[in-house]
Design a protein around this ligand. Structure first.
Ligand code: 48N
Length: 310
């Protein structure tokens, strides 16, 4: 393959240190050459340029999203479906997703018990059609050949939306709960920290957290587990929920409609979606079918827009 040669001018304001060095060696421009015959050459860089490129963008995002329109806690299938619907329907809204793991996607990288195909019961296949995920039609349900095809597709769509920001490896370690004008306790934002700090508070001097405020918070932190059902548990400890309902045993036919139809504002300012709701309400679990998560995420988006537009 003939090498493609592109000449790239490195100008003073782009890279003063490099240009100074280059002038000493009489090289006044650099070529990025894609030549796989041993002559592959990158445009030159200074390490500081890489750091500054990341720092400028990341901290500008943190600064700008300190006040968001919607915060979504949890980038699993429910949280991402919610982010997709809001991001697409309302490109004017600043949607900020907070995900504790480095890798977003939650439990939707596999279908069940390490098996890769993902089962989605109708009518949730309509959502797969909308985001362009192919599947095999089995009548009452469809099968996506690999769960990661759904998760990577919806992630790529959500991350491509200019109004949606994902802050992964970042944990919500508390909720901002304030009294509103009607004297009601209202969830008005989240308290965040880098997950490694949030998981290790008791092994080191507490590193104080950050905050993000928003008129609506969607919580979709999954069912129980080290960080699961975070907001449901916090509502109990904050006295806003008497006790957890605790997820019931597996019943596919009962659980999925219960989760989708039960997705709602569980306390002023806080909409709960996905499997976290099963811990709040005590609804059944469904195991390895994901249509309920997609439907719950879209329902949470509808509820979010209802609240914001009211
Ligand atoms: O995938 P999950 O766990 O949660 P959902 O509700 O999006 O999807 C649940 C689904 O995967 C199932 O559990 C399936 C259908 N099985 C059901 C069954 O019967 O077993 O995603 C939750 C995300 C994860 O990525 C967590 O890392 C994240 O939320 N998370 C948090 N992110 C930020 N701050 C936190 N405090 C936090 N806690 C959890």
């Amino acid at each position: 393959m003939a090498p493609s040669v592109a000449t790239i001018e490195i100008t003073e304001q782009q890279n003063p240190v490099l240009v100074a060095k280059a002038n000493g060696s009489k090289v006044d421009n650099f070529q990025a050459i894609e030549d796989y015959n041993g002559k592959y050459q990158f445009a030159p860089i200074e390490e500081a340029q890489v750091s500054r490129a990341m720092i400028k963008r990341y901290f500008n995002t943190m600064y700008e999203r300190a006040v968001s329109d919607v915060v979504i806690i949890g980038a699993g299938s429910a949280g991402l479906s919610c982010a997709y619907h809001i991001g697409k329907t309302r490109p004017d809204l600043k949607v900020t997703i907070i995900e504790a793991n480095v890798a977003p996607g939650g439990g939707a990288w596999l279908g069940g018990q390490l098996m890769t195909p993902m089962v989605v019961r109708k009518p949730a296949n309509n959502f797969l059609d909308e985001i362009g995920v192919p599947y095999e039609d089995e009548g009452a349900f469809v099968v996506v050949k690999h769960a990661a095809l759904f998760t990577s597709t919806i992630l790529s769509k959500v991350l491509a939306m200019p109004n949606v920001i994902l802050m992964n490896a970042t944990a919500v370690e508390d909720l901002i709960i304030r009294e509103d004008f009607e004297g009601k306790q209202r969830v008005s934002g989240v308290v965040t920290n880098w997950t490694l700090v949030a998981l290790n508070h008791d092994t080191q001097s507490c590193m104080d957290p950050n905050t993000i405020t928003a008129p609506v918070i969607v919580t979709a932190t999954g069912h129980d587990g080290p960080m699961g059902a975070f907001s449901a548990k916090r509502l109990v400890s904050a006295g806003l929920l008497k006790e957890l309902g605790n997820m019931r045993g597996l019943d596919m036919n009962r659980s999925e409609p219960a989760i989708v139809n039960g997705t709602r504002e569980v306390t002023p300012g806080l909409i709960m979606a996905g499997m976290e709701l099963s811990e709040h309400d005590g609804s059944n679990r469904m195991g390895p079918t994901f249509g309920g998560m997609m439907g719950s995420g879209v329902k949470a988006a509808h509820e979010t827009l209802r609240i914001l537009d009211s």
